[in-house]
Design a protein around this ligand. Structure first.
Ligand SMILES: [Zn+2]
Length: 389
């Protein structure tokens, strides 16, 4: 099983990267004068597997056999524990300059092994301007055996000075059949469930996996898709908004709690709280800083969960508008075909388009500071609009 096996529906990208891995191996042996591309920008829609692609590429660069998938280098690079692979994954809204400076210093070192040192920035779209500036120099004059892999949704999400110095490779949205085949082959999921998960996740591999493997996730999705038919009056709008926020909070809580616990115990170890009862002087500051970042992360997890619900809601209205416009092709929510048809008859394409716009405006608003409940309440009222008035 090669390192590329888990990249679902990405044949073109895989072929490109394989050629580059060959070129990199020749560069290491001094066989080519042109050498290696030191900065890459991996783009693709959310869930298409950007970070998997970056890790597979890193593994192939570090493997003696160019990505066999079984040697120690491949396994540790894929698992994120290889000494010559450094990953920046942020659960905050931005990647700060301090973080990038640390990375750039690391990039200047020689690799621990005899191949490459790979630095992966998973959310290059979240670099602050000063962080991007700090990164720029290392990308412009890369150390001899350092390779930068930046990931972002689209090329436009990365500031021009950075992206113009990177070689871009693009992941596509994988097809429903490619995702379904992957779920059956790799996770032994029943064919019908795999097809359902592949269709409703709309090319988001992680979401497809969660839908295929977790009945709770499937149930939550079903709850969300009941919302359009529940918005009969103002009271039901408020209830639906509250239910969506509660479900998102319940969804996010276990992940936040688990990470918080680990970080808190690391902090206690670092500041010696468990030895003689005396902590070093930095403890209160460090603790406050930790609490601040945990609070931010917890908020972000809730917003991420809400965003998934909003995408599911949007899929329903997309189906409605597809019927209204007479577009060919299967519905995303085939099992709700009757409900979709009823709503399509009861409203106009214009109303549905406005509802979709309201959903996307709410997604955008949730990236900012707006209180989730308020945003959802106002969305539910917009979604009800045009139906009964
Ligand atoms: Zn290998």
């Amino acid at each position: 099983m090669s390192v590329w096996a888990d990249l679902v529906g990405q044949d073109v990208l895989t072929a490109q990267l394989r050629v580059s891995v060959d070129a990199a191996a020749e560069a290491l042996q001094g066989l080519t004068a042109t050498g290696m591309t030191h900065a890459w920008l991996v783009t693709g829609p959310p869930g298409s597997g950007r970070s998997n692609a970056a890790r597979a590429f890193a593994a192939a660069l570090l493997c003696e056999r160019r990505g066999c998938g079984t040697c120690l280098a491949c396994r540790t690079a894929l698992a994120g524990s290889h000494a010559d692979v450094t990953r920046v994954v942020t659960d905050q809204n931005v990647i700060r300059v301090e973080e990038v400076r640390r990375l750039v210093r690391h990039a200047a070192l020689s690799p621990a092994g005899d191949r490459w040192q790979v630095l992966i920035v998973e959310d290059a779209d979240r670099l602050t301007d000063s962080a991007a500036d700090a990164l720029l120099k290392s990308i412009e004059e890369p150390p001899l055996r350092t390779v930068w892999l930046l990931c972002a949704p689209t090329v436009e999400d990365v500031i021009p000075t950075i992206r113009s110095r990177c070689r871009a490779v693009v992941l596509r949205t994988p097809s429903v059949s490619a995702v379904a085949e992957h779920l059956v082959a790799r996770h032994e999921v029943d064919h019908a469930v795999a097809t359902f998960a592949a269709r409703t996740s709309q090319g988001h591999i992680g979401r497809a996996r969660a839908l295929a493997l977790d009945e709770g996730v499937r149930n939550r999705r079903q709850e969300v898709l009941r919302v359009p038919r529940q918005l009969s009056d103002l009271g039901s709008c408020m209830t639906c908004a509250a239910n969506l926020v509660d479900a998102a909070t319940e969804d996010a809580q276990p992940r936040s709690d688990a990470l918080d616990t680990v970080e808190q115990s690391n902090l206690e170890v670092t500041y010696g709280a468990n030895t003689v009862g005396v902590r070093s002087s930095g403890y209160p500051v460090a603790r406050k800083e930790l609490e601040r970042s945990q609070k931010q992360r917890s908020k972000r997890f809730i917003r991420d969960a809400l965003d998934r619900s909003l995408l599911d809601l949007a899929s329903f209205y997309r189906d409605v508008i597809a019927v209204q416009l007479g577009s060919p092709g299967p519905l995303v929510n085939q099992e709700l075909a009757a409900e979709v048809a009823t709503m399509a008859r009861g409203t106009t394409g214009e109303v549905t388009a406005q509802r979709l716009e309201a959903i996307f405006a709410t997604r955008k608003a949730l990236e900012g500071e707006v209180a989730p409940l308020l945003a959802l309440e106002s969305l539910m009222i917009s979604l009800r609009g045009g139906l009964h008035d």
